[in-house]
Design a protein around this ligand. Structure first.
Ligand code: SAM
Length: 265
């Protein structure tokens, strides 16, 4: 992971490079609609309050969990004790981004949603509430963390989520064997270059024309910047949008010219 000053520098670089998304300059009607109808939509949704109440409780939850460490910077097989409160503060995506994902699911109505990296299930809950008709699959390797996520899904009465426990290295290929098109994938676990590229490559055969894949923390390290560069340059990706903390890719074959956007959010 980059140091805090290095991330700040990368962020400033993004901010000055990025388009405001307002006014002219975005010639793609698809991206223009994404900006107007999804990115800049300022409405709130009544269901968000229940997830934020759950977040508040989790932030005050002093239970200690044994957390198996799979992600970037981990020693293979290592585990350590972490408080639920600390996981809720540090691992969960901020509401602003979970709500953006909610709006994307509500707008594009993907039938099959996949999240890699459930953690305590806060973003999963947003994905589930955005379209109760969607099937939401979420994967988590840390057993005790997954158990707390299950508690959340139960207490929020979310019926359309299936949580798959285990290391992505084993669970993802098995899951994908059973799946056709994945309409929406949020890759938010194991922020290292090779695993991220491997998840992308495994998911690619499941990308339909209207699929959207979202990668988290694309600028948090040199490795993640390398994986984001490789993903957006992939010939199957017809449009990419860099929002700094997340990167979004679309596969529409009718986009004859590949377009890479960097938009302020
Ligand atoms: C950043 S957190 C996910 C946050 C969640 N998406 C949210 O917004 O609330 C990443 C999670 O991925 C899990 N993870 C990372 N690498 C994994 C792997 N190889 N297999 C299974 N789980 C993994 C970690 O245990 C962690 O809980």
């Amino acid at each position: 992971m980059y140091s805090a000053p290095r991330i700040l520098f990368a962020y400033l670089n993004y901010w000055f490079r990025a388009s405001s998304g307002k006014g002219h300059g975005i010639h793609s009607p698809f991206v223009y609609s994404f900006i107007r109808d999804v990115l800049m939509d300022r409405r709130t949704h009544p269901s968000w309050a229940s997830v934020e109440a759950a977040r508040k409780k989790l932030k005050a939850d002093k239970r200690l969990l044994q957390v198996d460490d799979f992600g970037a910077g981990s020693v293979s097989g290592a585990s350590r004790l972490r408080r639920v409160s600390s996981i809720a503060r540090l691992a969960a995506k901020a509401p602003r981004y979970s709500r953006l994902l909610f709006r994307m699911v509500a707008f594009y109505k993907p039938a099959v949603v996949l999240e890699l990296g459930t953690s305590l299930g806060l973003t999963t809950s947003y994905l589930s509430l955005a379209n109760p008709a969607a099937k939401v699959f979420t994967m988590e390797g840390a057993k005790e963390v997954a158990a707390v996520a299950r508690e959340q899904f139960q207490s929020l009465a979310l019926q359309n989520i299936r949580l798959i426990e285990g290391n992505f290295d084993q669970t993802l290929p098995v899951f994908l064997k059973e799946q056709g098109v994945i309409n929406f994938a949020f890759i938010d676990g194991n922020h290292q270059r090779d695993p991220t590229l491997s998840y992308f490559e495994q998911l690619l055969p499941h990308a339909g024309n209207d699929s959207v894949f979202i990668f988290d923390d694309i600028h948090w390290s040199e490795e993640m910047e390398q994986s984001w560069a490789a993903i957006r340059q992939h010939p199957a990706v017809r449009c990419s949008i860099d929002l700094f903390f997340i990167g979004i890719v679309f596969f529409h074959k009718e986009f004859q010219e590949k377009q890479n956007f960097c938009i302020r959010y």
